[in-house]
Design a protein around this ligand. Sequence first.
Ligand code: PGA
Length: 319
Amino acid sequence: MNITLRQLKVFERVARRLSFTRAAEELYLTQPAVSMQIKQFEESVGLPLFERLGKKIFLTRAGEELYRLSRQVSQQLEEAEQLIEELKGTDGGRLVVAVASTVHYFAIRLLADFCKSYPKVRVNFKVTNRKGLLRMLEDNEVDTVLMGQPPEELDLFAEAFMENPLVLIAPADHPRAGQKSIRLEDLQNETFLMREQGSGTRNSVERFFAERGVRILASMEMNTNGAIKQGVEVGLGLGLVSIHTVERELADGRVVVLDVESFPIVRQWYIVHRAGKRLTAAATAFEDFVRSEAQRFVLPFDGSLGSSPAEAVGSGPSS
Ligand code: PGA
């Protein structure tokens, strides 16, 4: 059998997802490239590994056996890689860090500072929403993740390192800007710009309203914090976002935080990795850096709503 590690990797992903499309997306390949790899793999093996029944694909008996073995091989390769990274220490090691879309506003500044202290560490920095991060953790694709509280049923190490206040933002000329203690009921006729399903911010906001029995009548879905902020600025509606995503817009007076009862919704940011994962020296150094330094990269938030922070921190992303 003349197979390559690349074919094995592609096969494993298709077998895990039982979908050529999803495997292609996750491996950043085109679907024809994935199909070609699988075809060549099947030819080398000499047996079909998948069968198509209706619209779904299934593993054949040979496919199931090879899937079991390919998982062992990838696990051992990962262990070998991990060991080498450990031996390299922070002098040339590799760090794969993934952060929630909402976290990247301060995480990019934090990373810049980390890289000054550890210039030889090679960094792979990924940004996606909560759902994407949980998938990466499940697939053991990352060393460390910065995100909202992960679900308890997953076997993860999670340590809170900073508060994440969610606020309601409005355009500066909104009639309720500057009003004190706005009641939630008074906002029922407003349009809310909401993050997409799968976003941690969205989950918290929905839970918050459901617990208070408040129904949002009109909402518009947007899949980035940047789009929500711009939408608010041009008067499309009110935005529910983490304060850490709007520091610059507040400082520039482009949006204001409304002083609404029970707000902010205070969540926490967590350092997360797979329980039992052998962290590389670079990943350990990064986690320690986050624990001790993260607070420096956000503006202090004392809970006094309706006021704008005096100055923005550093020069982070503005969208
Ligand atoms: P996001 O936030 O998914 O809304 O970007 C991350 C989280 O809360 O886990």
